[in-house]
Design a protein around this ligand. Structure first.
Ligand code: HEC
Length: 149
């Protein structure tokens, strides 16, 4: 094995160890795939986009959120019907003060700006999350949240 190949192997190993770096890389790759899928798709919210969004969701949000009320709230509140839902509205979930007192509806636009920059919408919200800078990824996630598979 050449030194070069060994280097790549070691790099890959460390990338796998640090989950965040891995998801960032994969997200970029998936975003490229998604772009090519989108160029052949005819409808604006294609099935592929939703499937893509489901993957991103599992990756970036699924650790703390379930998509169905039946599965219930975990670390974060469940997100069934989140697009169109009043903020801070899951019965029995112990929201932060900021979210409890929030008076807005999660529309696609609100979700998009919040995903892009979480701390900008509700500074007191206790969700440790850095945001999704890639517009295509946000679009796919929102498509999935609107129509979970
Ligand atoms: C580290 C855990 C964690 C991750 C990862 C996470 N969330 Fe959250 N989320 C929370 C917590 C905790 C709250 C409740 C925050 C509060 O009460 O201030 C929350 C609240 C929310 C709310 C408000 C719900 C409501 O009822 O108003 C939305 C929407 C949301 N998260 C979406 C997402 C999306 C989309 C992702 C992935 C991009 C994500 N979250 C990733 C923990 C997380």
């Amino acid at each position: 094995m050449t030194e070069y190949k060994k280097g790549i192997l070691i790099l890959t190993f460390f990338t796998v160890l640090s989950g965040c770096t891995l998801s960032a890389n994969q997200t970029q790759e998936e975003s490229k795939k998604q772009q090519s899928a989108q160029s052949v798709a005819t409808s604006s919210v294609s099935k592929e986009l939703i499937t893509q969004g489901a993957k991103y969701f599992r990756f970036r949000c699924g650790g703390c959120h379930e998509m169905s009320a039946e599965a219930g709230s975990s670390f974060g509140p469940h997100l069934e019907g989140i697009i169109g839902r009043q903020a801070g509205a899951v019965e029995g979930y112990d929201y932060s003060k900021a979210l409890k007192e929030a008076d807005f509806v999660w529309t696609e636009e609100v979700m998009d700006s919040w995903l892009a920059k979480p701390e900008s919408l509700l500074p007191g919200m206790c969700m440790t999350f850095k945001g999704v800078p890639d517009e295509d990824v946000r679009k796919a996630m929102i498509a999935f949240m609107k129509e979970p598979e």
